[in-house]
Design a protein around this ligand. Structure first.
Ligand code: K2U
Ligand code: ZN
Length: 177
Protein backbone atom coordinates (compact mmCIF):
# COMPACT_ATOMS: atom_id res chain seq x y z
CA UNK A 1 0.00 0.00 0.00
CA UNK A 2 1.13 3.60 -0.55
CA UNK A 3 0.52 7.02 0.95
CA UNK A 4 -0.80 9.39 -1.73
CA UNK A 5 -0.14 13.16 -1.76
CA UNK A 6 -3.29 15.16 -0.92
CA UNK A 7 -4.01 18.22 -3.09
CA UNK A 8 -4.27 21.45 -1.11
CA UNK A 9 -6.82 24.20 -1.78
CA UNK A 10 -6.77 26.31 -3.98
CA UNK A 11 -5.17 23.75 -6.33
CA UNK A 12 -7.32 23.92 -9.52
CA UNK A 13 -7.28 20.11 -9.82
CA UNK A 14 -9.69 20.02 -6.83
CA UNK A 15 -12.32 21.48 -9.15
CA UNK A 16 -12.17 18.72 -11.78
CA UNK A 17 -15.34 16.62 -12.08
CA UNK A 18 -14.75 12.90 -11.49
CA UNK A 19 -15.76 10.31 -14.09
CA UNK A 20 -17.75 7.13 -13.25
CA UNK A 21 -15.79 3.91 -12.71
CA UNK A 22 -16.62 1.41 -15.47
CA UNK A 23 -14.19 -1.45 -14.75
CA UNK A 24 -14.02 -2.93 -11.22
CA UNK A 25 -10.54 -4.42 -11.36
CA UNK A 26 -7.31 -4.72 -9.36
CA UNK A 27 -6.46 -1.11 -10.14
CA UNK A 28 -9.57 0.14 -8.34
CA UNK A 29 -8.92 -2.21 -5.41
CA UNK A 30 -5.38 -0.81 -5.08
CA UNK A 31 -6.68 2.76 -5.35
CA UNK A 32 -9.13 2.11 -2.48
CA UNK A 33 -6.36 0.52 -0.39
CA UNK A 34 -4.01 3.47 -0.97
CA UNK A 35 -6.78 6.01 -0.31
CA UNK A 36 -7.68 4.24 2.94
CA UNK A 37 -4.04 4.23 4.09
CA UNK A 38 -3.75 7.92 3.19
CA UNK A 39 -6.99 8.78 5.02
CA UNK A 40 -6.05 6.93 8.24
CA UNK A 41 -2.55 8.46 8.15
CA UNK A 42 -3.84 12.05 7.75
CA UNK A 43 -5.89 11.34 9.97
CA UNK A 44 -9.34 11.75 8.55
CA UNK A 45 -12.68 9.98 8.40
CA UNK A 46 -13.22 10.36 4.69
CA UNK A 47 -11.31 10.92 1.46
CA UNK A 48 -12.35 11.40 -2.17
CA UNK A 49 -10.21 10.28 -5.13
CA UNK A 50 -10.26 13.88 -6.41
CA UNK A 51 -8.16 14.88 -3.39
CA UNK A 52 -5.36 12.53 -4.48
CA UNK A 53 -5.57 13.76 -8.08
CA UNK A 54 -7.48 10.74 -9.37
CA UNK A 55 -10.59 11.97 -11.11
CA UNK A 56 -12.84 8.94 -10.79
CA UNK A 57 -15.92 8.54 -8.59
CA UNK A 58 -14.33 6.76 -5.61
CA UNK A 59 -14.76 7.66 -1.93
CA UNK A 60 -13.52 5.94 1.23
CA UNK A 61 -15.16 6.62 4.62
CA UNK A 62 -14.68 5.30 8.15
CA UNK A 63 -16.61 7.17 10.85
CA UNK A 64 -16.26 4.32 13.40
CA UNK A 65 -14.77 5.00 16.84
CA UNK A 66 -12.18 2.24 16.41
CA UNK A 67 -11.33 3.24 12.81
CA UNK A 68 -11.93 -0.35 11.70
CA UNK A 69 -15.02 -0.08 9.53
CA UNK A 70 -13.80 1.17 6.17
CA UNK A 71 -16.31 1.42 3.35
CA UNK A 72 -15.66 2.32 -0.30
CA UNK A 73 -18.43 4.12 -2.19
CA UNK A 74 -17.95 3.89 -5.98
CA UNK A 75 -20.18 5.88 -8.37
CA UNK A 76 -22.25 7.10 -5.39
CA UNK A 77 -25.64 8.76 -5.97
CA UNK A 78 -28.04 10.36 -3.51
CA UNK A 79 -31.48 8.73 -3.90
CA UNK A 80 -33.20 10.89 -1.24
CA UNK A 81 -32.30 13.77 1.08
CA UNK A 82 -34.34 15.01 4.05
CA UNK A 83 -35.93 18.46 4.15
CA UNK A 84 -34.54 18.69 7.67
CA UNK A 85 -31.07 20.28 7.70
CA UNK A 86 -28.12 20.10 10.09
CA UNK A 87 -25.17 22.47 10.50
CA UNK A 88 -21.81 20.80 11.15
CA UNK A 89 -18.37 22.35 11.74
CA UNK A 90 -16.63 20.85 8.73
CA UNK A 91 -12.95 20.46 8.05
CA UNK A 92 -11.13 19.07 5.02
CA UNK A 93 -7.78 17.38 4.47
CA UNK A 94 -7.35 19.64 1.45
CA UNK A 95 -7.97 22.79 3.52
CA UNK A 96 -5.79 22.16 6.58
CA UNK A 97 -6.53 24.06 9.80
CA UNK A 98 -9.84 25.54 8.61
CA UNK A 99 -13.19 24.59 10.19
CA UNK A 100 -16.52 26.30 9.64
CA UNK A 101 -20.26 25.60 9.76
CA UNK A 102 -21.92 24.11 6.68
CA UNK A 103 -25.66 23.38 6.43
CA UNK A 104 -26.65 20.14 4.70
CA UNK A 105 -29.62 17.71 4.68
CA UNK A 106 -29.58 15.83 8.01
CA UNK A 107 -30.36 12.42 6.44
CA UNK A 108 -29.58 10.95 3.01
CA UNK A 109 -30.24 7.66 1.22
CA UNK A 110 -27.23 6.76 -0.96
CA UNK A 111 -26.69 4.05 -3.56
CA UNK A 112 -23.15 3.10 -4.51
CA UNK A 113 -21.08 0.16 -5.73
CA UNK A 114 -18.37 -1.68 -3.77
CA UNK A 115 -14.92 -2.66 -5.11
CA UNK A 116 -16.39 -5.92 -6.46
CA UNK A 117 -18.97 -4.01 -8.49
CA UNK A 118 -21.84 -4.96 -6.17
CA UNK A 119 -24.45 -2.26 -5.53
CA UNK A 120 -25.53 -1.33 -2.01
CA UNK A 121 -27.66 1.31 -0.32
CA UNK A 122 -27.06 3.26 2.91
CA UNK A 123 -29.46 5.32 5.02
CA UNK A 124 -27.14 7.84 6.66
CA UNK A 125 -27.64 10.43 9.38
CA UNK A 126 -25.34 12.37 11.74
CA UNK A 127 -21.64 12.46 10.96
CA UNK A 128 -21.90 9.80 8.24
CA UNK A 129 -24.47 11.89 6.35
CA UNK A 130 -22.19 14.94 6.58
CA UNK A 131 -19.14 13.01 5.47
CA UNK A 132 -20.84 11.31 2.50
CA UNK A 133 -22.16 14.66 1.21
CA UNK A 134 -18.80 16.34 1.80
CA UNK A 135 -16.99 13.63 -0.18
CA UNK A 136 -19.57 13.56 -2.97
CA UNK A 137 -19.05 17.31 -3.32
CA UNK A 138 -15.34 16.60 -3.93
CA UNK A 139 -16.29 14.27 -6.82
CA UNK A 140 -18.21 17.22 -8.31
CA UNK A 141 -15.15 19.45 -7.95
CA UNK A 142 -16.63 21.32 -4.98
CA UNK A 143 -14.70 22.16 -1.76
CA UNK A 144 -16.60 23.00 1.46
CA UNK A 145 -15.18 26.56 1.58
CA UNK A 146 -17.44 27.32 -1.41
CA UNK A 147 -20.38 27.29 1.03
CA UNK A 148 -18.74 30.13 3.01
CA UNK A 149 -18.91 33.86 2.28
CA UNK A 150 -16.59 35.23 -0.46
CA UNK A 151 -14.78 37.24 2.25
CA UNK A 152 -14.07 34.10 4.33
CA UNK A 153 -13.15 32.07 1.22
CA UNK A 154 -10.68 34.71 -0.01
CA UNK A 155 -9.07 34.96 3.43
CA UNK A 156 -8.66 31.16 3.50
CA UNK A 157 -7.22 31.14 -0.06
CA UNK A 158 -4.71 33.90 0.85
CA UNK A 159 -3.68 32.09 4.04
CA UNK A 160 -3.15 28.72 2.33
CA UNK A 161 -1.28 30.21 -0.67
CA UNK A 162 1.05 31.99 1.80
CA UNK A 163 1.58 28.73 3.73
CA UNK A 164 2.28 26.84 0.49
CA UNK A 165 4.93 29.40 -0.50
CA UNK A 166 6.57 29.14 2.93
CA UNK A 167 6.55 25.33 2.68
CA UNK A 168 8.17 25.53 -0.77
CA UNK A 169 10.83 28.00 0.46
CA UNK A 170 11.73 25.89 3.48
CA UNK A 171 11.93 22.75 1.29
CA UNK A 172 14.26 24.65 -1.07
CA UNK A 173 16.47 25.77 1.85
CA UNK A 174 16.68 22.18 3.11
CA UNK A 175 17.51 20.84 -0.36
CA UNK A 176 20.28 23.43 -0.89
CA UNK A 177 22.07 22.57 2.40
O1 K2U B 1 -12.75 15.39 2.55
C1 K2U B 1 -11.97 15.32 3.48
O2 K2U B 1 -10.97 16.04 3.57
C2 K2U B 1 -12.25 14.37 4.59
C3 K2U B 1 -12.85 15.05 5.77
C4 K2U B 1 -14.19 14.40 5.98
C5 K2U B 1 -15.15 15.19 6.76
C6 K2U B 1 -15.36 16.52 6.50
C7 K2U B 1 -16.31 17.20 7.23
C8 K2U B 1 -17.03 16.56 8.22
C9 K2U B 1 -16.80 15.24 8.45
C10 K2U B 1 -15.86 14.55 7.73
C11 K2U B 1 -11.78 14.89 6.84
O3 K2U B 1 -11.91 13.69 7.47
S1 K2U B 1 -11.71 16.28 7.88
C12 K2U B 1 -11.17 15.76 9.38
C13 K2U B 1 -12.29 15.38 10.29
C14 K2U B 1 -12.07 14.38 11.18
C15 K2U B 1 -13.07 14.04 12.06
C16 K2U B 1 -14.30 14.68 12.07
C17 K2U B 1 -14.51 15.69 11.17
C18 K2U B 1 -13.50 16.05 10.27
ZN1 ZN C 1 -12.70 17.45 2.04
Amino acid sequence: MSLLPILRYPDPRLHKVAKPVTVFDARIKKLVEDMAETMYDAPGIGLAATQVDVHEQVIVIDTSEAHDQLRAYINPEILWASEEKQVYDEGCLSVPGIYDGVERPARVKVRAWDVDGQPFEVDADGLLAVCIQHEMDHLLGKVFVEYLSPLKRNRIKTKLVKEERELARSAQRTASR
